[in-house]
Design a protein. Structure first.
Lengths: 262, 380
């Protein structure tokens, strides 16, 4: 198995200090495009698509493996080993932030810092814990993914197969951003929104920067505060940016928060 | 500054026709404009009517607050990134959350309007009602689930049937083998003519039985299984034809079978299946043809075709029977006992088909002729 092909790993940048960017649920590595240029001079940028997203190898998708976040964390470790990365700055958005923590706990010596963008340790409210959603609301999401026809994503596979060497410009014209195989997207949604990662936070010793948006319905500020409290060596920054994707909606603010930490 | 609607009092009704504002305002679809951050700055009457809010209620609200929970998360995780990355999305199924708590199925199209410096000014969304379409899609989905269930059940049933027939065929053959060898042993020790004739009948009946079992199993393979499989080899056709005709001469000693062929080349085919085809055709001719006339077997290679024909004299086959001759369980209604299951010609035709050829029949007062033609294959 060619790990780099499986996860469509893209490497760029002039520096040697590795920054590994992991996209979240709903998109692909394209979502880092406004952030990475700011680090290309000083770092080695490693981008990839989770299996099932973007230009990853869809045939590598095994429901059993990717039922839980561990399967995805395993892929991240395989990329790291394949590229012999050390002193890694891991940047993970949304659900990938938790995958970063899982990986860092497996090999703490390989990670320098974790940058967690709009992370959530668990999306469902539980007694005092505010996750932002009730179980019913998450079920409603999963059901709506079941029934969303998403005509554009159904045609993803042949498009990707037919155009392996597309330029970025071409992609922009043909609506191929953030394509996800609908069946895989459903299972990824399950793994994302039904996983409770609260128990893994306190044992993570890698220094972490938590970036939380001020008005994010997916991962509210309370969740950021909770993660900050649980992680021994962490810093919480509440961004002015709204929504769930500050790296897209407010790249400058996100970059400056990251540079202030790295 | 966004309220650019002309004062209704001052509009000449005749000008409404050319008023694009009026068209948007009273369109059959809903329009929403939001700031790049997602706060609503304007909607049209149609959307307001659907939602049950007033326009004033909506101004300043976030677009996601109009969506049901599933669509809300989808908007944040999928649509919002798409607007940032490519500036638009199209044909996305979503649910509006109405003031009365119910949901409305819609299709969303959205794009980002930039100013001359390429800075996002606002997001515009078109909202199309999609209730009928949603019901249709739901029915399609249910139909798919239903069809998949039926398919799985049918597959299981088919496997069971195949197993049943294979086991049955196997289990029938074993005792039959014992009967056949028993009869062979008895032939040697049979003393009286009566005994000899009984043993002969046992032998003939078991051969007949064996043929029936083979036919039933072949039928099962074609109809219930994956079709006849061929074991293709380059073979000399001449000895095969001679062997088959010789066998039948033994069974029908009082009849004449003539053979006429000019095939010296090898042919790529399944020898066992070609023998079976020929045997079925000759047996059929011997059974149904005139007892006083010979059965003629001829074979030739013509252009790129191999042709094998069996003809006999006698009463012609009626037109309507000729049409269904190669269908399974076709038999001459009046004389059932002689013909077994009526699978012989069906299987012969299937063997022809498996070889990429065909089997045809013509019948006149002069002769009835079955012709098998197959293209000359080469082993791939």
């Amino acid at each position: 198995m060619d790990v780099l092909k499986r996860n469509n790993v893209v490497i760029k940048g002039k520096g040697t200090s590795p920054m590994l960017f992991a996209h979240g649920f709903g998109c692909d590595q394209n979502m880092w495009r406004f952030i990475t240029p700011a680090f290309e001079d000083s770092h080695k940028i490693i981008l990839f698509d989770h299996v099932g997203a973007g230009k990853s190898d869809l045939t590598a998708y095994h429901p059993e493996k990717y039922k839980e976040l561990d399967g995805y964390a395993q892929d991240i470790m395989e990329i790291i080993n394949e590229l012999n990365l050390v002193d890694i700055i891991f940047v993970g958005h949304s659900v990938s932030a938790m995958m970063g923590i899982l990986s860092a706990e497996q090999a703490p010596n390989l990670f320098k810092t974790l940058i967690l963008v709009s992370p959530s340790s668990s999306y469902i409210d539980d007694k005092d814990y505010i996750g932002g959603f009730s179980r019913n609301e998450i079920d409603e999401l999963l059901e709506s993914l079941d029934t969303n026809h998403m005509g554009w994503s159904m045609t993803m596979a042949p498009l990707i197969m037919a155009n392996p060497d597309k330029t970025e410009l071409g992609e922009e014209l043909t609506n191929s951003f953030c394509r996800t195989d609908p069946t895989i997207a459903k299972q990824f949604a399950r793994a994302t929104f039904l996983t409770d990662s609260r128990s893994i936070l306190h044992s993570c010793i890698t220094p972490a920067l938590i970036l939380q948006c001020s008005n994010d319905i997916i991962a509210p500020v309370e969740v950021g505060e909770y993660i900050h409290k649980q992680m021994v060596d962490s810093k919480l920054v509440i961004l002015d940016a709204t929504g769930h994707c500050p790296h897209l909606s407010a790249p400058e603010e996100t970059i400056s928060a990251m540079k202030g930490y790295v | 500054m966004y309220n650019m609607l002309p004062d209704p009092e001052n509009i000449n009704n005749l000008n409404l026709e050319n008023d694009f504002e009026d068209f948007l305002e009273h369109s059959v679809s809903g329009y929403i404009s939001t700031k790049p951050s997602g706060e609503i700055i304007r909607t049209n009457s149609r959307l307001v009517e659907w939602l049950g809010y007033t326009k004033e209620d909506l101004i300043g609200k976030r677009i996601t607050s109009l969506l049901a929970m599933g669509s809300r998360i989808f908007y944040e995780t999928h649509l919002s990134p798409l607007l940032k990355l490519q500036g638009f999305f199209e044909e996305v199924s979503a649910e509006l959350l109405l003031k009365n708590g119910t949901k409305l199925q819609v299709l969303l199209n959205g794009y980002v309007r930039n100013d001359e410096n390429n800075k996002p000014q606002f997001i515009r969304l078109n909202v199309y009602r999609a209730t009928e379409r949603k019901v249709y899609e739901q029915n399609l989905r249910l139909a798919i689930i239903d069809a998949e269930k039926t398919l799985i059940a049918e597959r299981e049933l088919a496997t069971l049937r195949e197993q049943f027939i294979a086991v049955l065929g196997h289990d029938l053959r074993n005792p039959l083998g014992a009967i056949k060898s028993g009869a062979s042993l008895l032939t040697r020790s049979a003393l009286s003519d009566r005994d000899k004739s009984i043993v002969g009948m046992i032998k003939n009946s078991s051969l007949r039985m064996e043929e029936l079992i083979t036919n039933v199993m072949d039928f099962a393979r074609v109809r219930l299984g994956g079709g006849l499989s061929l074991d293709l080899k380059d073979i000399l056709i001449e000895p095969i034809i001679l062997h088959v005709t010789e066998e039948l001469r033994v069974i029908f000693p009082e009849r004449t079978v003539t053979v006429d062929f000019e095939v010296k080349n090898t042919i790529t085919c399944d020898a066992g299946r070609i023998s079976q085809l020929l045997s079925n055709l000759v047996a059929n001719a011997l059974t149904h043809g005139s007892a006083n006339e010979p059965v003629n077997v001829s074979a030739k290679i013509e252009l790129n075709y191999f042709e094998l024909a069996v003809s006999n004299g006698g009463k012609p086959i009626p037109e309507d029977v000729l049409e269904t001759l190669f269908e399974p369980f076709t038999r001459e209604g009046t004389t059932p006992s002689q013909q077994g299951l009526g699978l012989g010609l069906y299987i012969a035709a299937e063997i022809a088909r498996a070889h990429g050829g065909n089997l045809t029949a013509t019948s006149t007062a002069d002769e009835t002729r079955f012709t098998f033609r197959m293209p000359l294959l080469s082993i791939k």
